[in-house]
Design a protein around this ligand. Sequence first.
Ligand code: PLP
Length: 414
Amino acid sequence: MSDAIGSDGEFDVTRVREDFPLLARQVHGKSLVYFDSANTSQKPRAVIDAVDRYYRHFNANVSRAVHTLGEESTAAYEGARDKLAKFINASSRDEIVLTSGTTQATNLVAYSYALPRLKAGDEILVTTMEHHANIVPWQLVCERAGAKLKVAPITERGELIVEKFIEALTPSVKLAAVTHVSNVLGTINPVAELARATRKRGIPLLVDGSQAMPHLPVDVKALGCDFYALTGHKLFGPTGTGALWARKEWLRDMPPFLGGGEMIRTVSFDGTTFAEPPHRFEAGTPNIAGFVGLSAALDYIDALGHARFGAYEASLLEHLTEALRAVPGLRIFGEAAHKVPVVSFLVDGAHAHDLATLLDHEGIAVRSGHHCAHPLMQFFGVPATLRASLAFYNTHEEIDRFVAALVKVRRLLA
Ligand code: PLP
C-alpha cells in the first residue's frame, strides 16, 4: 500500500481515501458520503488489485493440482489462513477455518459443536443486542434438541448488564454466544470479562467479531473466548470470505458440517474418513480469489495500524454524536461508554426509510431498517432506525455534510 501514513507517522485520511477508488464516486450528481460500512466496507485498491492479479496470473483450484498455477493458488489461499492466524493471535493456523463469513462460522459451531451435545432442557445464552446470525442458528439447533435460548438483558443505554449475564450462566447453559460489537448500537462488549466468567463455569463462549474486526485489534488469546467468528467483507476484504477461529480441542472433536471434496482423507462406498481440522470443515472449492483479496486487506490494515486509525475513529464518533445530539427531536439508540463509530437514531415525525431515501439523493449512503436485529428493535419499541456507520476513510467534513443534509431533508418531510 499506500502512503496513507504520512512521513511523520501520522494517520492521513486524505491519502487513505486515495486508496479507495469508490469513494471518489458521484451519486445523484453529488460526491458520495459512504456511511454504511457496518453493512459492508469499501475496498482499498490493494484488495481490488490482488483479486485482479489472481484471476490474470494464477487462477487454479486449490489443493488438487501439482502444476505451478495450482501450487501458487494453494499457497495464496493457505497464506490467508496464516495471515488471519497472526492477525488475531491464534496459537496455530490449524485453528482457523475459512468460511464464507460470520454466518457460516456460527452455523458451523451450531451444527457441529452444539447440536451433538445439546439435550432437552439445555440452554444457549445470547444477549438482546445480537444480529440474527447469532440468534437463528442457535434457535434452529435448540428446536432440534429440545433446548432453549436464554437472553441476557441490556440497559436503555445499550450496554450489556454484565452481572445479569453472569447470573444467567447456570449449569443448564451449554454455550454462550455474544457479539463483540453491536452492529446497531456500536457498543463494545467486555468480552474478556465475559470469557473469564464462562471459563470459570466450563461454558464455551462464542464471540461474533463481525463488527469488531474493522475497528479494534483482536487477540483471541487475550480475550480468552472459545470461538471467534468473523467476516471479511466488513474488514475491507471481498464478500464471501470469513473465518471461524476455535480452540484446537473443540475443533478436534467436531464432526464435519458439510460433506464433499477437500474435507476427506479416504472415501469408499463403505465409508469415509475425514481430514484433520481445519480442512475437515472446508468442503468444496472455496472462494480462492476472495481470500487472496482478504490477505491484501489484512496487510493494508496492518500497515495503517489500529492504534493510529483507532484514535481518528474515536474523534469521528465524538463529532458525529455531538452533531446529531444538536438536532432537535433526534433520538440516539446506544450511548454506551465504549463504542465504535456506529450511531443509530430516529428523528421525530420522519420514517427511517424516507429519510434514508432523501439522504441518498444528497449523495449520502446510510442504512435504514431493523439491521437484522428484530429483538433489539423490539427492546427499544421501534420498527427500524437509521444507522450511520463510519470507517477510518470517513472525514469530519462528511459528518458536517451529513448532518446538514439530514436537517434539510427532514424539513421536506415535515
Ligand atoms: N453479526 C453481525 C454483528 C453483523 O453485523 C453481521 C452482518 O451484518 C453478521 C453477523 C453477518 O455477517 P455475514 O452476513 O457477513 O455472514
